[in-house]
Design a protein around this ligand. Structure first.
Ligand code: ACO
Length: 343
């Protein structure tokens, strides 16, 4: 895949409420020292009522404004979240309505923490085939809705927030230098899905044939959950998976593009744990100065973490036109993906 496309605008939104490690140690048996040394997280932002759609719309509005486009120029909206406010309407449809984008098709894409990378890959393919000219991608997460604040092994890790980008097609014969999607490498390992689970509603209606359906398997929970929505994670298994796929998917995407890791100005990874990023960087031979790390102040905001990083990099001037970036996501599913682009 080599698609002429410009990252035309970025936006982000983090809730105002700051929850420090000190605050966390007031509700579970933990400490600032443990959390910082094991994860690199010092504080996270948690929603004080801002819904997933509200945060997503704020980020999307900012990205649209930065792109200089009008709402009617957007001809596809892709949203990603593991924490939607509604089964229907989709997050993408609500954002379309909030931003005054008329008629464009809207779809939510479910790839957990890899959602943004999957969405960028899908957007690039729409642009490449002429199916769309300007795609709004919004990733918004309110992990605090599914985190169990009695479970110290997960509650210290997650935060809420949203990020968005507008990706625009550039005609193949354009004189504009750079600005292209260079390659991607996506994948999933469904057999390991049980390592990160948050259960949706189970079957419960007046016409269930067998009251004991749970035991017979019809209403059986595949992952041994106990009817709760709370996110459950096998931290060490996910850690090993993350280090492996971060390295492998980035390397494959780099090879597909005919580049080497040294050609990357920036790697923008899913912000899950500083130790995962440090280990992967070491194995890739990538200096940490080129690995973007924003985890200290935001925690793990699932699919929102990469677009929030991109927005910060654009706004503080770190990201310069012509630079080459590797976006890498990994998480629930289990899913993973890397996408290379020239800004
Ligand atoms: N405070 C203090 N102690 C704790 C805490 C805490 N918050 N959490 C766990 N511990 C304890 C454990 O109980 C255990 O104690 P024990 O030895 O007495 O049993 C000890 O610390 C070590 O626990 P481990 O699980 O071995 O700790 P580890 O070093 O593996 O770190 C962590 C845990 C941070 C979760 C790590 O495994 C990790 O980052 N995994 C990857 C998670 C991830 O990347 N998720 C991203 C994808 S999922 C998504 O984004 C939605």
């Amino acid at each position: 895949m080599m698609t002429r496309a410009r990252l035309a605008g970025t936006g982000s939104y983090l809730p105002e409420t700051v929850v420090t490690n000190q605050d966390m140690s007031g509700i579970v048996d933990t400490s600032d020292e443990w959390i910082v040394s094991r994860t690199g997280i010092s504080e996270r932002r948690l929603s004080s009522g801002e819904s997933t759609w509200h945060m997503g719309a704020q980020a999307g509005r900012e990205a649209l404004a930065a792109s200089g486009l009008r709402p009617e120029d957007i001809d596809l909206v892709i949203a990603t979240t593991v924490t939607p406010d509604y089964y229907t309407p989709s997050l993408a449809c609500i954002i379309q309505a909030e931003l005054g984008i008329r008629k464009a098709p809207c779809v939510d894409l479910g790839a957990a923490c890899t959602g943004f990378v999957y969405a960028m890959d899908a957007a690039a393919r729409y642009l490449a085939t002429g199916g769309a000219r300007n795609v709004l991608v919004v990733s918004s997460e309110t992990l605090s809705k599914i985190v169990d604040y009695r479970d110290r092994t997960t509650c210290v890790l997650f935060g809420d927030g949203a990020g968005a980008v507008v990706l625009s097609a550039i005609p193949e014969d354009s004189d504009e230098p750079g600005a292209r999607i260079l390659s991607s490498c996506l994948g999933a390992e469904g057999e390991s899905g049980g390592f990160i689970v948050s259960r949706a509603l189970s079957i419960d209606h007046p016409f269930i044939l067998d009251a004991d359906a749970g035991a017979t398997g019809r209403n059986r929970d595949r992952f041994g959950c106990e009817g709760e929505r709370f996110l459950r994670m096998e931290g060490q298994e996910v850690y090993k998976f993350a280090v492996r796929v971060l390295q492998e998917s980035l390397q494959k995407a780099v090879e597909k593009a005919g580049l080497t890791v040294e050609d990357l100005d920036w790697v923008v990874p899913h912000q899950a744990n500083i130790r995962i990023l440090e280990t992967a960087a070491r194995r890739l031979g990538l200096p940490m100065e080129r690995m973007v790390v924003e985890i200290a102040g935001m925690g793990n905001a699932s699919s929102a973490s990469i677009p929030v990083c991109l927005d910060r990099m654009v706004r503080d001037g770190r990201l310069v036109r012509g630079q080459t970036l590797g976006l890498v996501g990994f998480g629930g599913g289990l899913t993973y993906g890397a996408l290379l682009l020239q800004y």
